[in-house]
Design a protein around this ligand. Structure first.
Ligand SMILES: Cc1cc2nc3c(=O)[nH]c(=O)nc-3n(C[C@H](O)[C@H](O)[C@H](O)COP(=O)(O)OP(=O)(O)OC[C@H]3O[C@@H](n4cnc5c(N)ncnc54)[C@H](O)[C@@H]3O)c2cc1C
Length: 408
């Protein structure tokens, strides 16, 4: 049957970090891919490519290698050579060292805005990918042989058709909502306050994770000697923390973090994000799959959200490409993606949620338990290695892209 100009093999709703990664993973495949994104990539209001920085796990580097994007990502990335995890005022601490474990780095820190620019350039360079932006999903209908997707572009309503709708539209996914897929939300009653900090001492590519009585805080190494701060604070304190002037903020942060990086001297713009664990109850339906935050939103305590999302991308892209001449919207095809991803999603969600609950608690036996845990991880190599493989995204049955192998 003749396909219309408005027909796509797949339509990715959401060109944020995960949706854009999927489009790049499918570049140069014999598939027509549309990416419907509501907010232009360079806009200040872009919710995915905003003022944050994210820590990419080593496994995500391998996926970017497989996609053919690592050389470009590398240019905007700062390697994490060591990780230091500690519990303020207690004995437990764990150290991880890339060189000891035989990796060039444990992970990499990238500014989201830089990633946005990179994806914008990439998406416009492949003939099989069309960026439809700014345009917003309005609704869709699933039929036996295709799906009709209604979008609003430049104030006009348009109908597109596709074999497969990908919901990559973030934690408040319209795709999830319009398909009637239910989800659970566990509000942590915490906010993450982020800012860039200039420390007095060279960060030496060390990432610090420090658990304090007022919430966990992470300082990640960035370019130009800066560090990216993610500080978790209780929701009822966040207005006060955001209202502190820069001197007060730095002094309070210094008191909790200590002097490992010398005097914390300068701070950039601050922003606060409410934190919750959001889980979609189903990830596939006929002609529909959810990926990234549309499927699962995590607490940033362990820096796993995007890393989990890009592993969804690696598995789904492989399943789609291997479906060859099959209809890629069939449940029998999408089921392979769903089954493949279950274990990793369950492990990472459980690990992240467990960390939040254990380290947000000051009950004495728990504090002692977590300190013994930190110490055990530090001194028992197999425990440390197993934890590292999981958090680096190297555990379980890895898709081709996650082994750095191009799809075709
Ligand atoms: C403070 C903080 C720190 C973090 N640090 C890390 C870290 O170190 N490492 C890590 O791996 N993860 C981290 N994360 C998590 C990471 O940011 C997310 O997992 C990631 O952004 C998810 O990407 P996504 O593309 O699935 O969703 P989003 O980033 O939410 O993107 C969704 C996109 O869909 C678009 N969209 C929404 N609705 C529509 C619609 N109706 N029509 C068209 N387009 C639409 C939006 O405009 C947006 O561009 C952190 C998160 C926070 C809050």
């Amino acid at each position: 049957m003749e396909k219309s100009a408005q027909h796509y093999d797949l339509l990715i709703i959401g060109g944020g970090m995960v949706g854009a990664s999927l489009a790049c993973a499918l570049a140069n495949q014999p598939l027509r891919v549309g990416v419907v994104e509501a907010v232009p990539f360079r806009s200040d209001a872009q919710p995915s490519y905003d003022d944050r920085s994210i820590a990419l796990a080593y496994g995500s580097r391998k996926i970017f290698e497989g996609i053919g994007l690592w050389q470009q990502v590398k240019e905007i990335a700062t390697p994490i050579k060591k990780i230091h995890i500690s519990d303020r005022g207690h004995f437990g601490a764990t150290r991880m060292d890339a060189a000891h474990e035989g990796y060039p780095a444990l992970g990499y820190v990238v500014e989201n805005r830089d990633l946005g620019q990179l994806f914008a350039k990439q998406l416009s360079s492949f003939s099989n990918i069309e960026l439809i932006c700014p345009a917003q999903l309005k609704h869709f209908t699933i039929n036996a042989n295709d799906a009709e997707v209604v979008i609003e572009r430049n104030g006009k309503i348009e109908t597109l058709t596709t074999q497969l709708i990908i919901g990559a539209d973030g934690g408040r996914s319209a795709v999830r909502q319009l398909s009637g897929i239910s989800h659970s939300t566990d509000d942590y009653l915490q906010n993450a306050v982020i800012a860039n900090i200039s420390p007095g001492k060279d960060h030496q590519n060390v990432a610090y994770e420090r658990f304090t009585d007022s919430g966990p805080l992470a300082l990640l190494p960035m370019s130009d000697g800066r560090c990216s701060l993610v500080w978790t604070v209780d929701r009822d304190k966040v207005d006060e923390v955001m209202a502190w002037n820069d001197e007060t903020f730095l002094a309070r942060l210094q008191a909790r973090f200590g002097m490992r990086l010398g005097l914390l001297q300068k701070i950039g713009k601050r922003k606060a994000y409410p934190l919750a664990l959001v889980r979609a109850d189903e990830h596939i339906r006929p002609r529909l799959a959810l990926i990234g935050n549309a499927a699962h939103v995590l607490h940033p305590i362990a820096g796993q959200g995007f890393n989990l999302g890009i592993r969804d991308v690696a598995a789904l892209a492989q399943v789609i490409v291997e479906a060859k001449d099959n209809d890629i919207g069939l449940l029998s095809v999408l089921n392979q993606y769903d089954q493949w991803r279950k274990r990793d999603q369950r492990c990472v969600t459980g690990l992240t949620d467990g960390l939040v609950r254990i380290f947000s608690n000051q009950i004495t036996p728990l504090v002692m338990g977590r300190n013994s845990g930190l110490l055990a991880v530090d001194i028992i190599p197999p425990v440390k290695r197993a934890l590292m493989r999981q958090t680096m995204g190297l555990a379980g049955k890895l898709p081709k892209l996650a082994r750095g192998i191009p799809l075709r």
